[in-house]
Design a protein around this ligand. Structure first.
Ligand code: SF4
Length: 268
């Protein structure tokens, strides 16, 4: 049996545990323990050993079980201080690089994309969402959850309006998203536009911290009608767009009643 010692990654080389000779040589013990747990037909060749810690080594064996291509059995053995023999700690089946495994779990909250919401869907926002801050001030004293809930109730009862409003971070995130999106300066329609929204009569001003950079397009003929547009966005429906003379439509002359020639009338 060959014992292969894996190189530790360069960054952690200084901290790599020193392989224990007895534990590294315990491949046969590891195989015997493995065969007590799984069918011999499922165990393939020895595939090496890795020092996991002080006097702790994992021995690997190929897995030949159907459907587990690229997986391997890992049997971890340990030797207690001043002991000659190892004990078996655990036996697990692990995926290798070629193994087919399920994609990494992504929490549902992080999978949502704009446009995924359907009528009736609910998407609660965390109490601690950094995009929002209480509309009223909590002051400098940190408050516990109960105190915050009480203040929230009082604010509601007093009719102070919205319980929470956008935080500076919330404003920054929204501004970045809008500027990077289809209503920002890099959009193809903006790149080809004759002028920018900042000078367009159809752009409605908004209030608040983003008023210096964004407005709402109110041109029913424009693609962005009803959407927030950045000042440096633009489109061909800009209020001051004028066609060059050669592109102007040729005026259609008034209709003339022809009194000189005879009309051909179809007879039945
Ligand atoms: S019509 Fe075009 S240029 Fe004018 S505000 Fe809307 S998107 Fe901007």
């Amino acid at each position: 049996m060959t014992v292969e010692i894996e190189d530790a990654p360069a960054a952690t080389a200084a901290k790599a545990p020193k392989p224990d000779g007895v534990a590294m040589a315990a491949g046969d013990t590891a195989r015997a323990a493995l065969l007590e747990e799984v069918d011999a037909a499922d165990v393939g060749d020895y595939a090496g050993a890795t020092a996991e810690g002080e006097r702790v080594v994992s021995h690997r064996f190929a897995c030949t079980r159907k459907g587990y291509v690229g997986w391997h059995w890992s049997v971890t053995v340990a030797r207690a201080s001043r002991q000659r023999n190892v004990t078996v700690d655990e036996i697990v089946l692990l995926p290798g690089e070629a193994a087919i495994v399920a994609p990494q779990w992504v929490p549902y909250r992080e999978r949502l994309q704009p446009g995924d919401m359907s009528p009736g869907d609910l998407l609660p926002v965390d109490d601690e969402d950094p995009r929002l801050v209480p509309t009223y001030s909590f002051g400098d004293d940190p408050l516990d959850a109960d105190a915050k809930a009480q203040i929230r109730e009082v604010a509601k009862d007093l009719g102070l309006g919205r319980v929470r409003t956008l935080s500076p971070e919330g404003f920054d995130l929204a501004a970045q998203r809008w500027a990077d999106g289809e209503a920002g300066p890099e959009a193809a329609i903006a790149q080809a536009a004759p002028d920018q929204c900042r000078s367009c009569g159809f752009m409605m001003r908004i209030a608040g911290p983003l008023a210096q950079s964004f407005g709402v397009c109110a041109n029913g003929d424009a693609n962005d009608d009803g959407r927030v547009v950045s000042f440096d966005h633009g489109c061909g429906a800009h209020s001051e767009v004028r066609l060059a003379k050669k592109h102007e439509p040729v005026p259609i002359p008034e209709h003339v009643f022809d009194t000189l020639s005879l009309d051909e009338i179809e007879s039945f």
